[in-house]
Design a protein. Structure first.
Length: 190
């Protein structure tokens, strides 16, 4: 083999090695982003479960005093019953929004009952749910950041080629209900 033939062969090997490196690096980066999205959702799911577990305690604490507010208690109970950790993420996001709305309605009604405001267990439960709602918002932000990075990565070259070849689709954001933007004050203290 002549020197020009060796140089061309060497050049082709270098180009193939660089291309292979770019493909492997891109693949690994996208897989890591997919894992981060799954982890971020799992973190949201943990907090949704915590809220789910607290709701019966809150409903029980206010049920006796709020005998005339059955509709609100029914909304919270139905929202809790709709929770399914095995549902697809978009469905869980909708259920989370419905639950948040029902809890906001319950807190608004609780404001009308001075006897409830003075009950320490109601106030403690309300503060705990408020803390959990804040955690859900923070974890939604992290989840959506990971989804943004992933969607951008599979939309740009060379990720778009890998996504097309492997059937990777863009993930959906966990969109907040517009009413969640301005959360009501749930402090029941005077």
């Amino acid at each position: 083999m002549s020197f020009p033939g060796i140089a061309v062969l060497f050049g082709l090997i270098v180009v193939a090695a660089v291309a292979g490196y770019i493909v492997v690096a891109s693949y690994n980066a996208i897989v890591a982003l997919r894992q981060r999205i799954d982890k971020a959702w799992a973190n949201i799911d943990v907090v949704l479960k915590q809220r789910h577990d607290l709701l019966p305690n809150l409903v029980a604490a206010v049920r006796g005093v709020m005998a005339f507010e059955r509709d609100v208690l029914t909304q919270v109970t139905q929202a809790r019953a709709a929770y399914s950790p095995t549902a697809p993420i978009p469905d869980q996001a909708v259920t989370s929004d419905v639950t948040s709305s029902a809890v906001r309605s319950l807190f608004a009604v609780v404001e009308r009952y001075p006897d409830l405001k003075s009950q320490a267990n109601v106030e403690d439960l309300q503060q705990e749910i408020e803390r959990i709602e804040s955690m859900i918002a923070d974890r939604r932000e992290l989840y959506n950041d990971q989804v943004y990075r992933y969607n951008t990565s599979i939309g740009q070259f060379p990720g778009v080629l890998l996504a097309a070849a492997l059937g990777w689709k863009a993930r959906q954001f966990f969109a907040a209900d517009p009413r969640d933007i301005a959360r009501p004050d749930t402090n029941l203290g005077s």
